[in-house]
Write a protein that binds this ligand. Structure first.
Ligand code: HEM
Ligand code: HEM
Length: 163
């Protein structure tokens, strides 16, 4: 059997840091968008589409490439899985929170396409879930970064697997 690589595949590394970079304007535009109308700014929605593409590319790549060598605790694995679940949860709850009613400015994406309303849940409830998932994401990222720094203190080569 071929030995495990030292680093993640470059697509995983690039998409990891693209995700980190995209989350900054996503939070910014989420917090400063047209919240009074319960609809996202087009920039917020476009950033969501970009994140979706990046996450899908990353997950597909991970199905075919090997994990770098090294021990991973069950708790780190759980936090990493939870990060994916919450990121997808944010995308779904974000779309579910959109209210395209006749009385509000329509929420659009990708240069003017109207975002379809899912109609599955109450948009206000979805908006609340969306907000709380944002807080949960911040907590998980905190745990993830703390654990990465902890591992790096014990082994100065640890961060190089993702950069
Ligand atoms: C918004 C912030 C972040 C998110 C959502 C995130 C998410 C993830 C996820 C899901 C993984 C699992 C491997 C993968 O699927 O690519 C991972 C791996 C990793 N992340 Fe992050 N990450 C974030 C920020 C950071 C930061 C700031 C650091 C550095 C301090 C970091 C260091 C690492 C390392 C070292 C790994 C590899 C762990 C391993 O191979 O077991 N991450 N990240
Ligand atoms: C990971 C991706 C996303 C993050 C981190 C994110 C983050 C945020 C944040 C922090 C807020 C402000 C919450 C508040 O204070 O009420 C917000 C609001 C909102 N976002 Fe997102 N968002 C993401 C994706 C999306 C997507 C893809 C859509 C829809 C296309 C969307 C639609 C909305 C809507 C409609 C609101 C207003 C909710 C309300 O006022 O009830 N979001 N988002």
């Amino acid at each position: 059997m071929a030995s495990a690589p030292r680093k993640w595949h470059w697509i995983v590394r690039l998409s990891h840091w693209t995700t980190v970079v995209l989350l900054v304007p996503l939070f910014y535009t989420g917090l400063t968008g047209r919240m009074g109308h319960f609809s996202p700014s087009e920039t917020h929605a476009n950033l969501g589409v970009a994140l979706l593409v990046v996450l899908l590319v990353r997950l597909l790549t991970k199905t075919v490439v090997a994990r770098p060598a090294g021990y991973r605790s069950r708790i780190s694995a759980l936090v990493q899985a939870a990060l994916y679940v919450v990121l997808f949860g944010l995308l779904v709850s974000g779309v579910a929170a959109v209210q395209n009613t006749a009385f509000l400015p329509r929420a659009t994406v990708l240069g003017g396409l109207e975002i379809p309303t899912l109609g599955l849940v109450q948009p206000q409830l979805a908006g609340l879930v969306h907000r709380w998932m944002g807080y949960v994401l911040i907590g998980l990222v905190g745990l993830h970064v703390a654990s990465a720094i902890w591992r790096w203190i014990g082994d100065r080569s640890f961060l190089s697997r993702i950069v």
